[in-house]
Design a protein around this ligand. Structure first.
Ligand code: PLP
Length: 370
C-alpha cells in the first residue's frame, strides 16, 4: 500500500526540487532495495563507514570521505573537526569551544538560510561564525583582515541561496586560507559536480546525499585525510546526536556508485519545460519562459510570471491553491514576491507536467470568473 493511502496523506507532485519539506529525494528501486536489505542485518558500523569513505574518496577524487546524515550535519562535524581535531577531551566538550581556535570566516552574502541557518550549524560543532564584508559586497581585504590566532577555518558556500554578485571567489579564499595554514571548507550541498572543488584544492567539501545524488536523507564530507580522520572522530562527540544509520549509508553508497552527473539529461528536461510554456501560452496574465538555474547549474526551469491585474490572481495565491489541492502541487516559489513561480523538471514523474498545466489553467479560469 502506498504511503498516501496507508497513512492518509495527500499525494504530492514535486515541481520545486529536492526539498527537505517534501521528503528529500524519491530514490531509485536499486537504492531502495539496498537500503531494505541493510535494515534486516547487523553490520560492524565502523567497517561500513570505512567502506562508505572509500567510495566517497573514489567518486570525488579526494583523499578520504566521511558519511554524515546530511549536509547540515556535515557543516557541524567539519566545524568540530577544525576546532577539536583528534583530541577526545575536546571532542567530548563540543560545542563548548571557549579558549580554543574556533572562528570560522564566512562572507556575509554566504550566511544563508538553506531551510536552516548555516551559521547555527557551525555553532553546533563549536565553531564561531565570523561574517565578513557586507551582504552584497565583500573585498578580499575583508576576509584577509579577519584572520587571526582564533581562526580555525574559512567556509565558502556554493549555492543558489547565496548572494551571487559582489562575493569573492573560491580561489581568493583558498589562497588566504592556505597562506595561513588554515583549511577551506566548501558547502557544495546541492552541486552535481563531485570532483570540481576537491580538484581546486578545498580541504573539506560537503555534499547532501538527498539532492543531486538522489540518494536517501544522508550526506558526506570529502577531503584531505587529516581533516576527514578528525571528522570521523566527531562521532564520539557531537556527531553522536546525528548518527548515520546503516540504511542511510547503504543508500548513499549505492546512489554514489550509480551516479553520473550527465545522467540528468538537461536536454530532455529543457524540452519538457518548453512544452509547458507552449501549453500556457494562451493564458491571459501569464508569461512563461525557460530559464537556467541562477547558480549556473545545468538545470532549466519553466518560469511563470503572473500579472495579477490581468490574471485576477497573484502568484502567491496561485501557488497556495496549487498546494491546497489533491494532489498537492508544489512549484518553486523563491521569487513569488516578484510574481514568479517556476517548475523544476528534476523531481517530476511521467505525466505530471500535464496535471500541473491543467490545474494552473483551472485556477486561472476560476479566478477570472470570480
Ligand atoms: C540543502 C543544503 C544544506 C543542508 O543539506 P541537508 O542534506 O538537507 O542537511 C546545506 N547547505 C546548503 C547550501 C544547502 O543547499
Amino acid at each position: 500500500m502506498s504511503i498516501y493511502q496507508k497513512f492518509g496523506l495527500k499525494e504530492v507532485i514535486n515541481a520545486c526540487g529536492k526539498m527537505t519539506v517534501l521528503g528529500g529525494s524519491a530514490v531509485s528501486a536499486q537504492v531502495a532495495g539496498q537500503m531494505a536489505d541493510s535494515l534486516s542485518h547487523f553490520v560492524v558500523m565502523n567497517d561500513l563507514m570505512d567502506y562508505a569513505g572509500s567510495v566517497i574518496a573514489e567518486k570525488t577524487g579526494s583523499e578520504a570521505g566521511c558519511p554524515t546524515c546530511g549536509a547540515a550535519s556535515g557543516l557541524a562535524i567539519a566545524a568540530a573537526a577544525c576546532v577539536a581535531g583528534n583530541n577526545l577531551g575536546l571532542i567530548e566538550k563540543m560545542p563548548d569551544s571557549s579558549g580554543l581556535r574556533n572562528e570560522i570566516i564566512i562572507q556575509k552574502g554566504h550566511a544563508i538560510h538553506f531551510g536552516g541557518n548555516i551559521t547555527q550549524m557551525l555553532r553546533i560543532g563549536g565553531g564561531i561564525p565570523v561574517e565578513v564584508g557586507l551582504s552584497n559586497k565583500v573585498a578580499a581585504e575583508h576576509i584577509q583582515s579577519a584572520v587571526n590566532e582564533q581562526t580555525a577555518a574559512l567556509l565558502y558556500v556554493k549555492s543558489h541561496h547565496a548572494v551571487q554578485k559582489g562575493m569573492q571567489g573560491i580561489n581568493v579564499m583558498l589562497e588566504i586560507a592556505h597562506n595561513h595554514n588554515l583549511p577551506l571548507i566548501i558547502d557544495a550541498a546541492a552541486e552535481s559536480d563531485l570532483k570540481k572543488y576537491t580538484a581546486m584544492g578545498a580541504d573539506m567539501v560537503i555534499y547532501s546525499g538527498g539532492k543531486a545524488l538522489s540518494g536517501p536523507t544522508s550526506g558526506f564530507i570529502a577531503g584531505r585525510l587529516k581533516y576527514i580522520s578528525a571528522c570521523r572522530r566527531q562521532f564520539e562527540g557531537v556527531g553522536r546526536a546525528m548518527k548515520v544509520s546503516k540504511e542511510a549509508m547503504a543508500g548513499l553508497i549505492t546512489a554514489l556508485e550509480n551516479y553520473s552527473p550527465d545522467g540528468e539529461n538537461p536536454q530532455a528536461q529543457r524540452a519538457a519545460m518548453d512544452e509547458i510554456c507552449n501549453r500556457l501560452r494562451d493564458q491571459q496574465g501569464l508569461t512563461c519562459q525557460v530559464v537556467q538555474d541562477e547558480a549556473g547549474r545545468s538545470i532549466y526551469r519553466a518560469e511563470i510570471r503572473v500579472d495579477e491585474a490581468l490574471a485576477g490572481i497573484s502568484a502567491a495565491q496561485l501557488s497556495k491553491k496549487l498546494k491546497g489541492g489533491n494532489p498537492a502541487i508544489y512549484l518553486r516559489e523563491y521569487y513569488v514576491n516578484q510574481g514568479l513561480l517556476s517548475i523544476d523538471p528534476r523531481p517530476l514523474f511521467n505525466g505530471q507536467t500535464k496535471t500541473i498545466v491543467g490545474k494552473i489553467k483551472k485556477y486561472l479560469s476560476e479566478a477570472k470568473n470570480d
